[in-house]
Unconditional design. Structure first.
Length: 676
């Protein structure tokens, strides 16, 4: 797709741009660990145990930076400099020290062109300065030792991870699925493949692999961002040996391949473009089904795709689900249906592509008026999800592909699939969302109804058990006043430690499927939402070293008067964002459940907060708890744990009740509810 965002001018982490060849390339402790192939704790131990370990050259006390040259020399001297992939890891900081996204991309593209023998012009590297040429030569030498494709892809992946907020790449599994759908849709003799918004070339790579047998197709790509266009051409050359003609320009305003008719067009369509050319393209001949509304840039791409197909061509477009139903686009959707251009719509699961918070659709287009039937294949694969051991749901790509194949083989028997007559779709809304046009699965809803009742019964039973256990609690009005101790006093005697979190900025947080070494992020809003909180993740890069991580048994405090809360962390380690704090207790002296329960007592936050407003910060050190032996704390802590369990159970009951209401409503609306 077209690039998202602009170019970053500053080096990440405050590194000095290596523009003249003399600037120091620096690395963090996390990067040293990657270079040496060890954990970060091992590097910290080396710093403590070895007086000759290089001194920091910059950064801060919590995130120091070191000279890469000095670190490599020390690792080599101590026999800790590995071969293999470590060499590419050692090379990457020199790329990152360049600072600018496009400068890194330019060198990577030059490397890829050299590896694939694709040198352009008499002076192909004329735009590189001496330092950049030196880096290119070192990278080329590394590929000779360790393999061209592996080294190039490692460097490309690091580049993409560094600039993930500016560049979106189509996931490989989605790219493969889109090419398979093109084949299922009738693409047979594929001589030309076109991606009009090719980004870093993922879809062209998938097409080159799928149709590699016999005479490979000619690949055409167009990309608004010149850096991405250069990288896409280089990637295709390195990975497949094929040559892709990729032009850097705006497809909607200037089609670089006006004479090309595509046998297959695949495109992850740019979304929400504000300036796509509405004014200057109002009379464009591509708008055969109407001028796309100013706010419907995606429908401009849909009509462009249909306009450049060969006579038997197939287009597969990834689109936001809103394109299927927005009122402004209904006239164009109706035109696509009446002409026979729209062949199928496939709904994918949440997390299939960036942005990972939505569930994209795939639209399959053919040449208008080519087919004799008058229906559209609707496939709903949005339920093809898996929940791995990490607890974070992901896309079950094997199940998605299987459902898609069954849909094209036999739509009458395939699960959650239906061929919908065009006349049925041409109503007032012209809504092309697959789920809306699939018949209600009575057996599925019946099973859901049974599961809801079973869960309701279990939750009510558990709530009643907790009620019986806790109903013996009573107030003791005659008890003598008890001595109290403040959190500050407990901290001074090392019974606990108070730690404040920093702000986790949005450019350090991702949403969707988490990489293996990522951590969840807790925010005050997420804690308030409980289990319905969105799953945010932090990419496992250098920033992670600066985060405050909550561990099991920590007491997490929401540090504002208005939203004050205190609860025990019982899950996997999670990064905290301000104004959250952590109270890390010595479990032999403080019971965390007792501590959290007492901190939530009415008035504690009021006494510890400021007086400026209800949103003022809370200083937990001013809060107090009863001074009790740890055995007594644990007895009271068990009560607070049961109360927390009761509140969680009540939340589950509320959600189960809502699910029951929705299920019963769906059955009643279809006349499938048996009321006895």
């Amino acid at each position: 797709m077209h690039a998202v965002g602009g170019v970053t001018g500053a080096a990440r982490g405050g590194r000095m741009p290596n523009v003249g060849g003399d600037a120091t390339v620096t690395v963090t402790l996390a990067e040293i660990a990657r270079i040496a192939g060890v954990g970060r704790a091992a590097v910290s131990n080396w710093r403590r145990r070895h007086p000759d370990f290089p001194a920091p050259t910059g950064g801060s006390d919590t995130s120091p930076q070191f000279s890469l040259d000095e670190v490599e020399a020390w690792l080599r001297e101590h026999g800790r400099l590995p071969g293999g992939t470590g060499a590419a890891q050692r090379l990457w900081p020199r790329f990152e020290a360049l600072g600018e996204r496009d400068v890194m991309a330019r060198i990577l593209a030059a490397l890829g062109n050299e590896l694939s023998g694709r040198l352009l012009g008499p002076d192909p590297h004329g735009e590189l300065n001496e330092a950049e040429l030196a880096l290119l030569r070192d990278a080329r030498a590394l590929t000779r030792r360790e393999g061209s494709e592996a080294t190039f892809e490692y460097l490309f992946d690091r580049w993409l991870g560094t600039h993930v907020r500016q560049v979106s790449a189509t996931p490989p599994m989605l790219a493969d699925l889109m090419c398979e759908i093109a084949e299922l849709g009738g693409a047979e003799k594929v001589e030309t493949v076109l991606d009009p918004a090719c980004g870093t070339g993922s879809l062209l790579l998938a097409a080159a692999r799928r149709w590699a047998g016999g005479r490979p197709p000619t690949l055409f790509g167009q990309e608004l961002d010149p850096a991405l266009a250069a990288l896409a051409a280089a990637r295709v050359g390195v990975r497949t040996g094929a040559e892709a003609r990729i032009e850097a320009s705006d497809t909607l305003r200037r089609d670089a391949f006006g004479g090309v008719r595509a046998d297959v067009l695949v495109c992850n369509v740019p979304t929400n473009q504000r300036d796509w050319g509405y004014d200057e393209l109002s009379a464009d001949p591509r708008w055969v089904w109407g001028l796309p509304p100013r706010t419907e840039s995606e429908l401009a791409w849909v009509q462009h795709a249909a306009s450049v197909l060969a006579d038997a061509g197939i287009a597969v477009l990834a689109l936001p689900p809103s394109v299927a139903a927005r009122r402004a686009g209904r006239r164009i959707r109706a035109g696509l249906l009446r002409s026979g251009a729209l062949r199928a719509v496939v709904a994918l699961p949440v997390g299939s592509a960036p942005p990972y918070a939505i569930a994209p659709h795939l639209w399959v287009l053919g040449t208008p008026d080519r087919r004799g039937d008058a229906d559209v294949l609707m496939v709903d694969a949005s339920d093809c999800r898996v929940r791995p051991s990490t607890g974070r749901p992901g896309v079950d790509w094997a199940a998605v592909a299987l459902r898609v194949r069954h849909a094209w083989d036999d739509a009458e028997t395939a699960e959650r699939t239906r061929r919908v007559p065009v006349i049925e779709l041409l109503d007032e809304e012209v809504d092309l969302s697959p789920a809306r046009h699939l018949p209600l699965d009575a057996e599925e809803y019946a099973a859901g109804l049974r599961a809801n009742w079973s869960e309701l019964t279990d939750r009510l039973r558990h709530a009643d058990e907790l009620r019986r256990t806790l109903s013996g609690l009573a107030a003791d009005a005659d008890a003598a006043p008890i001595a109290k101790v403040t959190i500050g006093e407990l901290e001074r005697v090392a019974a606990l430690r108070v730690q404040a979190s920093g702000t986790v900025s949005s450019d350090r947080v991702g949403v969707g499927p988490a990489p293996a070494d990522a951590v969840p992020v807790l925010t005050p809003e997420g804690i308030a939402a409980g289990e319905n909180a969105p799953q945010w993740i932090v990419p496992a890069e250098d920033e992670k070293d600066d985060l405050l991580l909550a561990r099991r048994g920590d007491v997490i405090v929401v540090g504002t008067t208005r939203a004050f809360d205190a609860r025990v962390h019982t899950d996997e380690p999670a990064a905290l964002s301000a104004p959250l704090l952590v109270l890390r207790v010595d479990p032999d002296r403080i019971d965390p459940w007792f501590l959290a329960g007492c901190l939530r007592a009415p008035g504690n936050a009021r006494r510890a907060g400021g007086h400026a407003s209800t949103s003022s910060r809370v200083d937990p050190r001013r809060m107090s708890v009863p001074r009790l032996p740890v055995a007594e704390q644990r007895r009271l802590g068990a009560v607070f744990r049961q109360l927390a369990d009761l509140n969680t159970t009540l939340d589950h009951l509320r959600r189960t009740g809502a699910a029951l209401e929705a299920t019963v409503g769906a059955l009643a609306a279809e006349g499938r509810l048996d009321v006895r």
